[in-house]
Design a protein around this ligand. Structure first.
Ligand code: CUA
Length: 314
């Protein structure tokens, strides 16, 4: 329990976490107590009523009403306690407070996109203020993903063609892991993110900066290098020549590529732009058409920056 965690639970860093933990430990310790009772009596009876000799007869007692009522009523009460307790916490986890800050979360193979109220977006990093309820409106672009932040005890499936919601209020400033907990293909284990919890003031500063296409005083190539990581290109495209799920960016610009439909294409500015916005249109031979579209995620200037960056990797 608590902020440092235990062997059973990671640190608890949201308002709901201690409630979840309390119920978990109630079930856990009750189960241990019941286990010990059952095992001790079993061991005791095995010894006490063991077969002692040929002539010893089995007892004629068939049942004991008092005992039977006792071991039916006590577990029933325990189950009812767990149900009511669990249901209350479940409701609290599923109904976001009215004053919650709403952020749109999108899961796709294999990254998370977060859209904020002022039009800013971030990939894999969910930036939120501390001490403020945050409601996530979630959906998927492709298959079923699941949004899981262990330290917040928050986990919710993210589905295509439907919205799901979850919410949390972070107790402390810091970084907390986001995992995808629904197997969604080859990159599932790499579908990692972080919740970055900031002070309210810093959050507003971040929000303002994030809404800008290209950070001030940065060249297109520098900005592209930053987007390569922050927009999750790095998940699939290497820059050292190794081929992963997708072609490496190294020495790619200006090369001729054979496509899966047999045509050949020169990797120029237009091909890269098209591949970012409509990735399934012209897939390089030998690769699966798994790239998601960045339509609406990247602005034109940001695409310019990525093109400049890919060009620089010669
Ligand atoms: Cu997304 Cu697993």
């Amino acid at each position: 329990m608590g902020e440092s965690g235990s062997i059973y639970m990671p640190p608890a860093n949201s308002t709901i976490a201690s409630e979840v933990d309390a119920l978990f430990y109630f079930i856990f310790y009750t189960a241990i107590v019941l286990f010990l009772i059952v095992i001790s009596f079993t061991a005791y009876f095995v010894i006490k009523y063991r077969r002692k000799g040929e002539r010893e007869l089995t007892s004629g007692v068939a049942h004991n009403l008092k005992l039977e009522i006792l071991w039916t009523v006590i577990p029933t009460i325990l189950v009812i306690i767990v149900f009511i307790w669990g249901f209350k916490t479940y409701l609290r986890m599923n109904v976001a407070p009215k004053d919650a800050l709403e952020i749109k979360a999108t899961g796709q193979k294999w990254f998370w996109t977060f859209d904020y109220e002022n039009g800013a977006n971030s990939l894999n990093d969910l930036v939120v203020p501390v001490g403020k309820p945050v409601k996530l409106l979630m959906s998927s672009q492709d298959v079923i993903h699941s949004f899981f932040v262990p330290d917040f005890r928050v986990k919710m499936d993210v589905l295509p063609n439907r919205y799901t919601i979850t919410w949390f209020e972070a107790l402390n400033v810091g970084e907390y892991d986001i995992f995808c907990t629904e197997y969604c293909g080859k990159g599932h284990s790499e579908m990692l993110g972080k919740v970055k919890v900031l002070e309210m003031e810093e959050y507003h500063q971040w929000l303002e900066k994030a809404a800008v296409d290209i950070p001030e005083g940065m060249s297109l190539t520098e900005a592209g290098a930053q987007f390569y990581n922050s927009k999750a290109c790095a998940t699939c495209h290497s820059i050292d020549g190794t081929a992963g799920v997708a072609p490496s960016f190294l020495n790619r610009f200006g090369s001729m590529e054979k496509l899966s439909d047999g045509k050949e294409v020169m990797v120029d500015e237009n091909y890269i732009r098209k591949s970012i916005l409509n990735p399934q249109a012209e897939v390089v031979l030998g690769y699966q058409p798994v790239m998601p579209t960045y339509q609406g995620v990247l602005k034109d200037r940001q695409i310019d920056a990525l093109i400049a960056y890919i060009k620089s990797l010669q």
